[in-house]
Ligand binder design. Structure first.
Ligand code: ADP
Ligand code: MG
Length: 429
């Protein structure tokens, strides 16, 4: 099998690494890839959001299977373009990807199908209407930009002044880009967050192991939000009873609702949950694997990913094929100095080779570039040190030991990944 992977972050490195282990995989291409992926796959410099260029590339190299990592190509319709040509691809259609591409579309879907979620006060495309709506809400209030905003589209406003400030920057000053022109106001939920990701072929589905990510840049969930500073997976995150509730009240109604609405969904579906006192509720959908959740998930896969993904593309997923390593896994993100604010790139990374072969540890690369024999930083999130173990403690010990061997100027990472499992967290943590 020859496989094309689209994307160039840590998630895609993890996918490439896992696919490469299969005896049936003969060749892997990746676009645009990164410094680490370049060691495992042949990379092309095609932008992951450019559907026409991706179609032209696939025409030329003719992959047996294409796997899409990030949301942008999906929202831009890559899956539709491939389906039209009968080229096997894993990832939802443009219409189905609206579950992530439009938070208002996704909220209306949830409400239409009676799936538990935060109450919506309203959706607005004029700033004056949004300001007026602030009179009738409870505080704190969650405000969400409708479209893709690279993790900057949601705010928890404590009062009307904070709310007005966000609405002004999104709707009047266009500071979030086109994704911020429409907004919705919703009720604030309290509880622990959990990422529940499934893989579906439109009819059958198989859950991934549960994960939790850490969005804030500093220990103790302080500081600004990032793309994710780490994630961990452990079966203890989701006791059997709760898992059954998530499946019966959320996952299955979601798949039934999609079918009833005539939206075929194929690929990974990420369900962001808040475990509230009243039960699990949907915070959001993503139409892909999370990053860094994917790294922690891949570390626990005990099956041939290429076979399962080919099955999904051919609409014959067999959920029994997905087997998982018992225990736990963790991914620690090593970030550039200054990230998520302004950061410098081009720093030489030392110590990468000393971690190779460490038992149960893989270093997935994200913002890196290969220069001759060395690897340099090229992005905010640089590396994802990933480990699996028989317990969360064991996985954490392995990952933190490996992280200590790696160095680049300005490097920083959280020291408390996986440490606050069980504790109630505030929204946005
Ligand atoms: N209704 C809500 N109540 C409390 N916190 C929320 C709510 N909606 C979102 N959040 C917080 O904001 C974060 C980002 O919101 P989310 O809907 O996941 O959007 P995105 O990931 O696109 O920024 C969530 O992970 C959660 O911490
Ligand atoms: Mg989110």
């Amino acid at each position: 099998m020859k496989i094309l992977v689209i994307g160039g972050g840590g998630r895609e490195h993890a996918l490439v690494w896992k696919l490469k282990q299969s005896a049936r995989v003969e060749k892997i291409w990746c676009t645009p890839g990164n410094g680490g992926i370049a060691g495992d796959a042949e990379c092309f410099a095609v932008d992951a959001g450019d559907v026409a260029a991706l179609v032209a590339l696939a025409e030329r190299i003719a992959p047996d299977l294409t796997v899409v990592g990030p949301e942008l190509p999906l929202v831009n319709g890559i899956s539709d373009a491939f389906a039209q040509r009968k080229w096997p691809i894993v990832g939802p259609s443009r219409k189905a990807a609206q579950l992530e591409g439009s938070k208002i579309f996704s909220k209306e879907f949830l409400l239409r199908h009676n799936i538990p979620t935060a109450k919506m006060y309203g959706a607005y495309d004029s700033a004056s209407d949004a300001y007026a709506a602030l009179d009738g809400v409870d505080w704190p209030l969650v405000i969400k930009a409708d479209g893709l905003c690279a993790g900057k589209g949601v705010v928890l406003a404590q009062n009307a002044a904070e709310a007005r400030q966000f609405l002004k920057s999104a709707m009047e000053k266009n500071e979030l880009g086109p994704g911020g022109r429409r907004v919705m106001l919703e009720e604030t939920l309290e509880g622990d967050e959990l990422s529940f990701i499934i893989l579906t072929d439109g009819e059958r589905y198989a859950p991934m192991v549960p994960t939790r990510d850490h969005k804030r840049v500093f220990d103790g969930n302080r500081g600004p939000n990032t793309g994710g500073m780490g994630a961990y997976s452990s079966d203890e995150l989701l006791p059997a009873g709760l898992r059954d509730t998530v499946i019966s009240t959320i996952v299955e109604p979601t798949l039934k609702g999609l079918a009833a609405d005539g939206i075929g969904y194929q690929g990974f579906l990420y369900v962001g949950l808040m475990l509230t006192k009243e039960g699990p509720k949907v915070l959001e959908f993503n139409c892909r694997l999370g990053d860094p959740e994917a790294q922690a998930i891949v570390a626990r896969m005990d099956f041939d990913l290429s076979e399962v993904l080919a099955d999904v593309a051919a609409a014959r997923l067999d959920p029994a094929k997905l087997r998982w390593k018992a225990g736990a896994s963790v991914c620690l993100v090593l970030a550039s100095g200054g990230y998520p604010g302004k950061f410098e790139v081009g720093k030489r990374i030392e110590g990468l080779t000393t971690t190779i072969g460490d038992n149960g540890v893989e270093v997935f690369q994200a913002g890196t570039k290969r220069e001759g024999d060395s690897i340099h930083t090229s992005g905010g999130r640089v590396l994802g040190v990933t480990a699996a173990g028989h317990s969360l403690e064991a996985a954490l010990t392995l990952a933190y030991q490996a992280a200590q061997k790696i160095h680049f100027e300005g490097m920083h990472y959280r020291k408390d990944i996986g440490a606050h499992s069980g504790r109630l967290k505030a929204a946005g943590d």
